[in-house]
Design a protein around this ligand. Sequence first.
Ligand code: HEM
Length: 155
Amino acid sequence: MNNEVQANKQQVQAERAILLDSILARAAEQLGDLHDPVMQHYYRRFPEALAMFEEQGLGHRQKLEAEMIASVLYCIMTWIERPVEVAIVLGTTVPHHGVALHIPIACFAGFTDVVVEEIAATIPEGAHAEAALLAEIRDSLQRETADAASHYQLS
Ligand code: HEM
């Protein structure tokens, strides 16, 4: 790749990172802590997951919930700059959740979706570039999750 193309690619990536920063900063300002809105939304959509978090949290359900929200945020924040790193995380953690922890893949994928949706709800109408970027990240995380699940024949 010549220097000009490389510089252009880096600039596009930097602009996308700045856009994502502003999405996340606004979400943090409007929602404060993501924990309650995310978990209420998630348990409305997957009521069966409450027992899973209770059981796997070993008396510390809220701590486990917070750690999983942080894991999804890490994937969202890292995707633009280091997508291979996120692919590796999902490629190992998806089978761990499916095989060792017996978490249905729909519940796993749905957790990611709910975190993204709570953030997306804070993007103002008309901010098309922000909405498109977040949708692209969501699709990418779901694609990596589905690839890992199908590799291990998880359902
Ligand atoms: C669906 C609800 C989820 C539940 C009940 C859950 C539960 C757990 C538990 C119990 C652990 C500790 C595993 C151990 O020590 O053996 C763990 C670890 C982890 N979880 Fe989740 N999790 C969920 C969703 C997610 C999602 C959506 C992500 C997305 C990135 C994620 C990422 C991780 C990571 C990176 C670890 C540490 C590494 C690993 O054990 O694979 N989790 N999760």
